[in-house]
Design a binder for this molecule. Sequence first.
Ligand SMILES: [Fe+2]
Ligand SMILES: [Fe+2]
Length: 291
Amino acid sequence: MTVTYPKKLHGQISSRDMMNFVVKDLEVQTLTLNRYRYSEQRSCKDLTDAIEQLDGEPRDLICDLSRHISDEARHAMWLTDLLFDLGADLGTPRGPSYIDEYEKLLPTAGGKPEVIELIAAINVTEKRGCNIFSAHLTALKNAPQTPENKAIAQTLAQILPEEAAHVRWGSRRLAQLARVSPENAQRVEKAKQRYSTVEHAAYEAGLDITVGAELRRLQHVTAIADTLPLWERPGYLMEQLPRILPDLSHARFDTAAMVLERDPIGFIQRFVPMLLGNRSLRTQTAATQTA
Ligand SMILES: [Fe+2]
Ligand SMILES: [Fe+2]
């Protein structure tokens, strides 16, 4: 089975590179810790939503998710106490948020969540958490051993093994589900690929302030659409495009809606690049990335 790992930002900047920068400045570091706190707190809310939507079945998954919420609530509590002791901000972080972006990029599905989809979606974010906490801890080992840095390292070292256990739990459940039938194995593979693409796009959107960010975001959204069944792609694109390309005029979107209605497949193949006035989107995006 495919093993997916969090990708580097633009394929070039690793979490470790970023953390070496973060630990150099206590204010930047506490802002980063407050983002962790916010994500941990929010995951309690999201996992609670999942339990409510599952409505009692499968029973063992409800038990696992309720334990998971308890772990995430403890992580949020440890980080809140740490930030309080450091006299740092406990407010909702300003600017783009990884977890908000992740949720916005998820293909919307009404009704009860599919178990494979749910676990695959949880698994990719847990992998990112491990990747970031581990990089942060490594950077702290090489940073000046101030009382603040020691306290931060102690808290992250408490959280990291539990995040690693969450990754193992998700990977184990997905492997079990894949063994049920060849059809299930295929669904697991597809879900892993889809959520890994969504997660990477969310991670970049939370940090991407460079020239060409809009083009890259469009590239990510079309990559996510590629992982969906053909008939779901136009709807997903119409939902996401106005959000990521806010400067496009309504008139252009009205035209897009008309084309979508008449020729959904043609919309994906031709109209999306046209919206940017660029017939070879991928070529230009690649050029922007290497510029
Ligand atoms: Fe956590
Ligand atoms: Fe976790």
